[in-house]
Design a protein around this ligand. Structure first.
Ligand code: BTN
Length: 253
């Protein structure tokens, strides 16, 4: 990591050729006191996990499968803001390295040409109302070719190589990611969520569009108005009611 320009994020790195899931490893390291900014990265995951108990396909040598251990001094209810912050960091890192500007689909899917290139999974370890650590898992499809994806997945997913037409250097991308996470965390700590929220909104695709939000309480249709200060999505239904969507899968209408 010769080009790493950070003080904390990614300063301690543990690289594995193959793990079950970097989330799992990061949780163990966090429990054993790993410091803020510690990065667990693997060339392959055999049991990569996505949101909502889905699998995350993580083949060898093609992607960035990474989990960061963060120990921010924030209240537990503000933790979702970190997910949005990381989505902004991923967009900025991809933009820096590839000159492609991806889009964010709430809450944390990163898309290029409407297809998913990165997913983010944030998990908290807390004791009572104090955050012990935040495990920020980031999976980026970097150098997969079209035929590395199944026919089903390629309808919805893409990689940076497919979009750019050439291989992307994974270490430059991860260094850049560390840099933006650190910069945005500094901004967040000093100025609060407002500047992060505006950055997030500049990159977000869902805002102003008709969407369908599938939640545990059922499906809600309407126009996505934006996010509030907690990172909750505000959806205006056709009858004018505004619903707060905390967790959902979003489809564009
Ligand atoms: C999603 O979009 O559902 C989130 C995907 C998160 C995948 C990353 S890859 C690194 C880390 N380890 C995992 O098992 N999952 C996350």
């Amino acid at each position: 990591y010769l080009g790493l320009e950070t003080e904390e994020i990614g300063r301690s790195v543990y690289f594995f050729e193959s793990v079950t899931s970097t989330q799992k490893v990061a949780k163990e390291y966090a429990m054993n006191g790993a410091k803020h900014g510690t990065l667990i990265v693997a060339d392959e995951q055999t049991e990569g996990r996505g949101r909502m108990v889905r699998k995350w396909y993580s083949p060898k040598g093609t992607g960035i499968w990474a989990s960061f251990i963060l120990r921010p001094d924030i209240q537990i209810q503000h933790a979702p803001q970190l997910t949005l912050l990381s989505a902004v960091a991923v967009v900025q890192a991809i933009k820096k390295v590839t000159h492609i500007t991806p889009e964010i689909k709430w809450p944390n899917d990163i898309l290029i040409s409407g297809r998913k290139v990165c997913g983010i999974l944030t998990e908290l370890q807390a004791e009572e109302d104090r955050i012990q650590s935040v495990i920020l898992g980031i999976g980026i499809n970097v150098n997969q070719d079209k035929n590395d994806f199944s026919a089903e997945i390629i309808k919805k997913a893409t990689s940076l190589k497919i979009e750019l037409g050439k291989t992307v250097n994974r270490s430059s991308l991860i260094q850049s990611l560390c840099y933006y996470i650190e910069q945005l965390l500094h901004l967040y700590i000093s100025e609060g969520f407002t500047p992060i929220k505006s950055l997030w909104e500049t990159y977000a695709v869902s805002i102003g569009k008709r969407i369908s939000a599938r939640t545990v309480k059922g499906t809600f249709d309407g126009v996505a108005l934006g996010i509030n200060n907690e990172g909750v999505l505000l959806l205006k239904q056709d009858n004018g009611d505004i619903v707060e969507i905390i967790s959902a899968d979003i489809d564009f209408a």
